[in-house]
Design a protein around this ligand. Structure first.
Ligand code: RFL
Length: 391
């Protein structure tokens, strides 16, 4: 097979890139390790920045999010037994949307089907060659048969555990990595959200979060050990801990319901520099991951591919390679700000074992500054609803 852009990985980054390129008249082939059903049903992110929703609309996949997505205008930070909401709509005029990642993926898959262009599922990529001269070839396997895709450019959209990043020579790649000493126990519950706003509990026993998934389903998280066994958390223990960390006097108590899903997520900040090598361009989790506190993973993946699609369009339409050359610099400039926000928020809202009382008190002062002072509220609101993408 031959194409213009070979895309490794059909997660949100790969699918969105394919969609934008298609609208610009550029051909692509997506090669995905997992089955279509597996990719479609992976439950992950749920919060979309306003810019992400605008991007989905701009590129023809925004109809359903506008119909069934839930607009969020505030976050309620709870600490010291009190509620401290930040109404980002009134602070910076922007919102976020609750619309689960699997719905974004379904919308993008439907768009790909409409385009009639290929996605090869159940096809792990094992090797990429010809990146620094000549023509790249992506080697993959389907039903035990080795196959190859020739292309002009390779987009590495294969997530954190993909293989694309490993084809950048080690002496050209600088990796920044921080693993946090805690994780999130996440549950999905058939319970009516107590309030519409995302609620963050910054309690001395650890962080907790409640976010609405639908009028009858709630997503909840609890700070836990990074290697916590979810089986050690019977439902009663989970609800007791959630009440302790999230409820405050004078506001509706958390509603309980049947827990339908339970899992532990590790927390990590990771960034690979540069995000390109020869004809290979990394996008999304393949290049960076953030702790889920800021809800930035999916949003950042889509921001990258917007820049990449623009750069490839300039190359194909106008033979202007300047954007491709600057791809990594443009994305990293924004991504470091996203890392700063996500990591800062994670550190401010979670409890680190062994922190001295002085550090804990500073944490409280940070929370108070962010929620009670106008510059703090503005900084949070601009970052949470999404920094502009320079595309
Ligand atoms: P993905 O989604 O990991 O997709 C990569 C795809 O590449 C395929 N692949 C390969 N294909 C072919 N050959 C190979 N050798 C391959 N190796 C891998 C994989 O099968 C997969 O289909 O990366 P992408 O597209 O960059 O998208 C990134 C997002 O999925 C991720 O950042 C978010 O889910 C992170 N995240 C959140 N992001 C947000 O913006 N808002 C949120 O509220 C949010 N909440 C979350 C999250 C992630 C979580 N977990 C489980 C890590 C909550 C959680 C719990």
């Amino acid at each position: 097979m031959r194409t213009q852009v070979g895309i490794v990985g059909a997660g949100p980054a790969g699918l969105m890139l394919a969609q934008i390129l298609h609208l610009q008249g550029i051909d692509s082939v997506l090669i995905e390790r997992a089955s279509q059903e597996h990719v479609r049903s992976r439950l992950r992110a749920g919060v979309l920045e306003q810019g992400t929703v605008e991007m989905m609309r701009e590129f023809g996949v925004g109809e359903r999010v506008m119909k069934v997505g839930l607009r969020q205008r505030a976050i309620d930070f709870r600490f010291n037994g009190e509620s401290h909401p930040i109404d980002f709509e009134s602070v910076c005029g922007r919102n976020t949307w609750v619309y689960p990642q699997h719905e974004v993926v379904s919308d993008l898959m439907a768009a790909r089907e409409r385009s009639g262009l290929p996605v090869v599922y159940d096809a792990p990529v094992s090797r990429i060659e010809g990146l620094d001269g000549g023509r790249p070839v992506i080697h993959y396997e389907r039903d035990g048969e080795p196959l190859r895709l020739e292309c002009d450019y390779v987009a590495g959209c294969d997530g954190f555990r993909g293989i694309s990043r490993s084809w950048i020579p080690a002496d050209r790649l600088k990796v920044y990595d921080r693993i946090y000493p805690f994780g999130w126990l996440g549950i999905l519950a058939d319970a009516k959200p107590a309030i519409q706003d995302i609620t963050w509990g910054c309690h001395e026993d650890g962080f907790a979060m409640m976010s609405i998934r639908s009028p009858t389903v709630t997503r909840l998280y609890l700070q836990c050990e990074p290697d916590e066994n979810p089986d050690d958390w019977p439902d009663d223990r989970i609800w007791a801990e959630l009440h302790k960390r999230l409820d405050v006097p004078g506001l509706p108590r958390l509603e309980e319901g049947r827990i339908t899903q339970k899992g532990v997520t590790a927390m990590r900040s990771f960034l690979a520099e540069p995000m390109q090598y020869g004809r290979l361009f990394l996008a999304g989790d393949a290049a960076h991951i953030v702790p889920p506190t800021g809800a930035k993973g999916l949003n950042s993946a889509l921001a990258d591919v917007k820049v990449l699609a623009r750069a490839l369009t300039e190359q194909y339409r106008n033979e202007n390679g300047q954007w491709l050359e600057r791809y990594s610099d443009i994305c990293l400039k924004r991504m470091w700000l996203v890392q700063r926000f996500s990591s800062g928020l994670c550190t401010m809202t979670h409890q680190f074992r062994g922190d001295e009382p002085f550090v804990r008190r500073l944490q409280r002062a940070d929370l108070e500054y962010m929620t009670m002072h106008a510059p703090g509220r503005l900084e949070f609101s601009e970052n949470f609803t999404g920094l502009p993408v320079e595309a």
